[in-house]
Design a protein around this ligand. Structure first.
Ligand SMILES: Cc1cc2nc3c(=O)[nH]c(=O)nc-3n(C[C@H](O)[C@H](O)[C@H](O)COP(=O)(O)OP(=O)(O)OC[C@H]3O[C@@H](n4cnc5c(N)ncnc54)[C@H](O)[C@@H]3O)c2cc1C
Length: 453
């Protein structure tokens, strides 16, 4: 193919390869999505990224930036063109431990950054679920969250600077190692959450913080959704500074509860997982406060003490998404965000909408942030079920917007939520999005068809 042959001539041997299945899908595979591409480029340097973008831009070829392919919005699924995968750009360019700062390449897996930070007594709090596979560039491009976003905020809050290659093939930096920057429009902020539609993120300067000495979670089980949601609100109303405040509804407990580190009561219909962190004394004190608020209406509590038991609880939490996906062989999983006082309404509406569309449904997610993974479980090879799930998702989006929320709390828009963006942004908001897209990418070749409809 011309793109492959031409790019191969411009780049070191082995940099441009034939597309394999691995590079043609992301986590929306669970709903049967896969793409096609003319070539896959695996650059090792920012200069090589610029070469790819420049050639594609000159020859009107689409560029699809790709991180770890764990996205849930179809953002990395190509519809032709060149997949530009950052997987070989995984260097830690600098880790300035005394300055609480890292400068890393975009392809660095999230978990590797977390490990390097820990080895230096520091911590990078954003913790999206698939940390071994997802990359910093992908996290920035989707502004990923995770359980600890409740206290520490989403990825963008930890990014002080971005190096990116933008059309027609030029490397820029927006921000840098500085902790504050009020000079001009926030180009860094525009690249955060841009889903590959404005440029290719090649590196980032990240803020780190000293690692808390201890993190002590507590899981509380309730007999119904009302009691569980009331407990979530009670934690906030009591002013307890929880680091994470998660939930699972009855359906999620049904499919994932069997693997919970300890046996769960048969009548458990709702779970809250909260975490206290800080110095050991502080974590113990905050967990005691959490327990005081969560316990009165709870059936049981599980409060692991040792590092191994704490890790086991979070490992289990990380596996919830896959457990739900395997229950029926596939799923359509949304990530609406609603004001937290509407949590119960959204959890119940997920089941009601699912039932009306003849789909098994459940939800779990980041309760404190009002961010639900409302999910319809289905057989991914059943087109009729997928079509019903699409209509059901539309009703979820309407609910989110009606309550003052968002169609996406953390996964982004990609292709799967593109159709709902006009309603979410309004006409003027959408026009501004189009203007920004045009300013960066006048030919519309950066991840075309994603985010901006
Ligand atoms: C089991 C599981 C659990 C998850 N849990 C969470 C969670 O708790 N919170 C959360 O927010 N997400 C979660 N996710 C979704 C996913 O992990 C995050 O969105 C993740 O940050 C995506 O990173 P990635 O490197 O895999 O990106 P990809 O899927 O490869 O790409 C995502 C988007 O970013 C763009 N992109 C990727 N890299 C770049 C780059 N270098 N420059 C420009 N654009 C780029 C792509 O074009 C695409 O539009 C989960 C996913 C799985 C499978």
């Amino acid at each position: 193919l011309p793109a492959r042959a031409e790019l191969a001539r411009l780049l070191p041997e082995g940099t441009v390869v034939e597309p394999s299945a691995h590079h043609l899908h992301d986590a929306t595979e669970a709903q049967g999505l896969a793409g096609h591409a003319d070539a896959v480029a695996l650059p090792e340097t920012t200069a090589e990224v610029a070469t790819v973008v420049a050639w594609c831009y000159e020859h009107d070829v689409a560029i699809v930036p790709r991180g770890g392919g764990t996205g849930y919005a179809g953002g990395a699924v190509p519809d032709g063109g060149v997949v530009l995968s950052l997987e070989r750009m995984r260097a830690v360019r600098a880790l300035d431990a005394p300055l609480w700062r890292a400068h890393v390449e975009a392809g660095l897996p999230t978990a590797q950054l977390q490990r390097v930070a820990r080895e230096n007594g520091l911590w990078f709090p954003p913790d999206p679920g698939a940390a071994e596979q997802s990359q910093l560039g992908g996290n920035i491009a989707t502004n990923a969250g995770g359980p600890h976003a409740f206290k520490y905020g989403v990825t963008g809050r930890w990014v002080t600077g971005i190096e990116a290659v933008v059309p027609p093939g030029e490397a820029i930096t927006a921000g840098g190692p500085v902790r504050k920057d009020a000079a001009g429009y926030d180009l860094r902020g525009l690249l955060v959450g841009s889903e590959g539609t404005l440029g290719v993120i090649t590196a980032a300067w990240l803020r780190l913080i000293p690692a808390p000495e201890a993190a002590l979670p507590v899981a509380a089980l309730y007999a119904d959704t009302g009691a569980g949601c009331a407990a979530v609100e009670a934690v906030m109303a009591a002013g307890v500074p929880a680091a994470a405040l998660e939930f699972l509804d009855a359906g999620a407990i049904r499919v994932a509860g069997g693997a919970f580190p300890v046996p769960l009561p048969d009548n458990a219909q709702f779970m809250v997982v909260a975490e206290a962190d800080g110095s050991l004394d502080e974590a113990r004190r905050v967990r005691a406060e959490l327990t005081e608020v969560l316990a009165p209406a709870a059936l049981t509590l599980h409060a692991p003490e040792t590092r191994a038991d704490v890790a086991a609880l979070w490992r289990w939490r990380d596996g919830v998404s896959l457990a739900v996906a395997s229950a029926h062989g596939g799923k359509v999983s949304e990530d609406i965000a609603i004001p937290v006082e509407h949590l119960r309404e959204a959890i119940e509406a997920t089941l009601e909408i699912g039932a009306r569309h003849d789909l098994a449904a459940c939800s779990w997610g980041h309760a404190g942030d009002g961010n639900l993974h409302s999910t319809f479980m289905l057989d991914r090879s059943d087109p009729a079920a997928l079509a019903r799930a699409d209509r059901a998702a539309g009703e979820l989006f309407a609910l989110a917007l009606r309550t003052g929320g968002s169609i996406s709390g953390e996964h982004g828009v990609g292709t799967v939520k593109r159709g709902a963006l006009r309603e979410a942004l309004g006409d003027r908001g959408l026009a501004l999005h189009r203007g920004i897209k045009h300013a960066f990418d006048p030919k519309g070749l950066m991840n075309p068809g994603k985010l901006v409809p």
